[in-house]
Design a protein around this ligand. Structure first.
Ligand code: ATP
Ligand code: MG
Length: 358
């Protein structure tokens, strides 16, 4: 298979870990006989410095012409004081919009070796393993009007969704469930919100299209509690934008480490964008010690969701799991009697497991 992949390294450790995903993808290409072409473009603070904008047109064009996009991270203290249209985060919001990325997938998987670092280790007995499918382009964050009234003493935010917007994310939830344990939990607030009532109706209608998937509905407040007390009851969660934002940060705590969590942002038929759940980590940028695993697992999601290469994705995930279980770790993790590696060494270790098996 021949694919063109655009790399958007961005800022801070983004630029350090993006190379790790490239190296691991090269190992996969060698092993399975694929050809991946890489092309790098600027986004975020580095793009402000070199092009005067966090999202140059040529970056958008390159992404639209690619088979998939891998993004490191954007932002850092250097750009914090800029006016809002020049902030690095604008680059990220802009590319999400330009590619119409409406579905954000966050797998949350704990590793046995790391669980002692989770504050929830008592409840997370087997390590959690679930996927949150979050709507990314609608809801409160994009609702019009959003304004101050009464001389600034009253406010309005609008939670707006169309049937079409709900249908496509619910479909993505069902399809993701089919790729896993065929169990879907739809999270809403249908006892209060009109938007949630429509959401729930649509999930009920869609059930007929996916008879192999078991579905239940959980109110968001109860879901927040159950994620902590009984995470094993979930496999795939599908939910609207703000609920998904909050629940995915909450769920990340289950694993005890931010440096391990990948994400995928998908369009209906177009290019997907894959990035670690963590940010640019200015406090450790430039030291070469960042954990590359979230970025490497994001590349695995790219193989699965954009290219349909599930076997290859599983190979990366298995290599990561073996490396971690063999006691290799980076400075952000806590492992007793293990082997501490820097970014490059961790990447090489994972690539080696792919090359040679274990
Ligand atoms: P953003 O606003 O971009 O989401 P953030 O404020 O959430 O960023 P991060 O950049 O994600 O912050 O970093 C939070 C903390 O986790 C920092 O101390 C950082 O060093 C650490 N961290 C994040 N990612 C990694 C990683 N891949 N390897 C090691 N440490 C990391
Ligand atoms: Mg953050």
């Amino acid at each position: 298979m021949e694919k063109k992949i655009v790399l958007l390294p961005g800022d801070g450790i983004g630029a350090e870990v993006i190379n790790s995903s490239k190296e691991v993808l090269n190992a996969i290409a060698n092993k399975f006989g694929h050809s991946f072409q890489f092309e790098s473009h600027d986004i975020g603070g580095v793009a402000v410095d070199t092009h005067g904008t966090p999202l140059p047109d040529e970056t958008v064009e390159a992404c639209k012409g690619a088979d998939a996009v891998l993004l490191g991270a954007v932002g850092g203290p250097k750009w914090d004081q800029l006016p809002s249209h020049l902030r690095p985060e604008r680059g990220l919001l802009g590319i999400r919009k330009a590619l119409d990325l409406f579905a954000n997938l966050r797998p949350v998987k704990g590793f046995e070796k790391l669980l002692h670092a989770s504050p929830l280790k008592e409840t997370v007995i087997n390590g959690s393993d679930l996927l949150i499918v979050r709507e990314l382009t609608g809801g409160l964050y994009f609702g019009e009007p959003s304004e101050r009234r009464d001389n600034g003493n009253a406010v309005v935010d609008t939670l707006s969704y169309t049937r079409k917007e709900i249908e496509r994310i619910v479909d993505k939830g069902f399809q993701s469930a089919q790729l896993r344990k065929k169990k879907l939990t739809s999270v809403d607030k249908a006892n209060v919100l009109e938007s949630s009532k429509l959401w729930r109706e649509i999930v009920e209608e869609k059930k007929a299209d996916y008879p192999d998937v078991e579905v239940d509905h959980v109110l968001v407040d109860a879901a927040a509690m159950k994620l902590i007390t009984n995470p094993d009851q979930f496999d795939v969660i599908v939910t609207e934008n703000m609920f998904g934002d909050i629940l995915s940060d909450e769920a990340s705590v289950l694993t005890g480490s931010l440096g391990m969590l990948p994400s995928a942002s998908l369009a209906e038929n177009g290019v997907g964008l894959y990035e670690p759940a963590h940010g640019s980590a200015p406090d450790i940028a430039g030291k070469g010690i960042a954990n590359p695993i979230a970025m490497i697992l994001s590349a695995a999601l790219m193989l699965r969701y954009s290219f349909g290469l599930d076997k290859e994705a599983l190979q990366i995930e298995a290599a990561v799991e073996h490396v971690v279980n063999d006691g290799y770790y980076t400075a952000d993790l806590q492992v007793e009697n293990g082997t501490l590696l820097n970014t490059v060494e961790m990447t090489e270790q994972i690539a080696k497991y792919i090359d040679n098996g274990y």
